[in-house]
Design a protein. Structure first.
Length: 295
């Protein structure tokens, strides 16, 4: 069972889900081109059908599903309603959700975002969200508080998968890089996590940035954070499981390789979608030997 047991910490729930399904996180990114490829109209009706098939295919089959909020928001309130249904569907199927919404603001506003996505009373609640530390790591405190109180998680952007990210993230300040400082702060946030387990505060470190991890000299620091490392960029952005193993080295066991378009392209047949997912899960099982309990 990977479902929600009242206030069980997110890191523990994630650990159980990864032990059962392996470390892969699959995205639900309803790009207009994918809707068309699935023979669906680029309308909110098309979005709903796409989302329903994705939830049916991925629910109960993977450790973590990551809906990309932007592709729902672009349809306005009706799209957000579909997103709420996706999150509810995943809850029903006892599959952890990570809403990729990349929020970050001054503390008092961050509190409202945290209430929107991490509070048990919200219809938009997910098991975890992505957040941006650009307004200062301390401004994220309300999200950490609400996440912990509700058994939920937060993934902080640290080294993003896009090439432009380096211009900000590799900058140096006070003797450290911005990425290095974020890794340090996340490490501190997870300091009470028992050895071997995931903390409730994760990081986003792209599957594409293996070379940068070595160049910035943060491999060991990453390995010691206890942070689950969401690694988008597998598949459509060109990264492979071998790149992850080579680039993350001793931190590979913390990596949750994330892929969206490469798997979604197998739709609209849910059986084909699930088997595309299985293929990635088999490959990625090498990152966490013995973790994958698939067929
Ligand atoms: O550094 C980052 C952070 C987030 N993403 C998101 O992940 C998916 C990737 O989709 P693919 O189709 O597998 O390329 C998408 O939702 C991004 O917004 C990322 O790519 N990199």
């Amino acid at each position: 069972m990977t479902g929600r047991n009242s206030l069980e910490p997110f890191g523990i729930r994630l650990e159980a889900a990864v032990a059962l399904h392996g470390p892969v996180c699959v995205g639900i990114d309803p790009h207009p081109q994918l809707l068309e490829a699935w023979d669906l109209p680029v309308t909110v009706q098309g979005l709903r059908l796409f989302a329903e098939v994705a939830v049916e295919a991925f629910g109960g089959a993977v450790a973590l599903v990551k809906p990309q909020s932007a592709f729902f928001e672009r349809f306005g309130a009706a799209g957000v309603e579909v997103l709420e249904d996706v999150l509810a569907g995943l809850r029903e199927m006892e599959t952890l959700s990570l809403l990729d919404v990349k929020r970050g603001d001054i503390g008092s506003t961050m509190l409202a975002y945290a209430q929107a996505y991490l509070d048990e009373s919200s219809s938009l609640r997910a098991d975890a969200i992505t957040v941006s530390p650009f307004l200062g790591f301390g401004s994220l405190a309300p999200a950490f508080d609400i996440a912990r109180r509700n058994g939920r998680g937060v993934f902080v952007l640290a080294m993003t998968s896009n090439p432009e990210g380096a211009t900000v993230q590799h900058a140096t300040w006070d003797g450290d890089t911005v990425s290095g400082a974020i890794i340090e702060a996340v490490s501190d946030a997870n300091c009470l996590t028992p050895a071997g387990g995931y903390g409730d505060v994760g990081m986003v470190v792209g599957a594409t940035v293996g070379k940068d991890i070595a160049e910035l000299g943060v491999t060991e620091r990453l390995a010691q954070t206890r942070a689950p490392l969401l690694a988008p960029g597998l598949g459509a952005q060109g990264a492979t499981v071998e790149d992850i193993a080579g680039g993350f080295g001793p931190a590979s066991h913390l990596v949750l390789p994330a892929t969206s378009r490469a798997v979604l392209a197998a739709g609209p047949d849910p059986v084909a979608l699930r088997s595309a997912l299985r293929e990635v899960q088999h490959e990625a099982a090498t990152l966490r030997p013995g973790s994958y309990g698939g067929e």
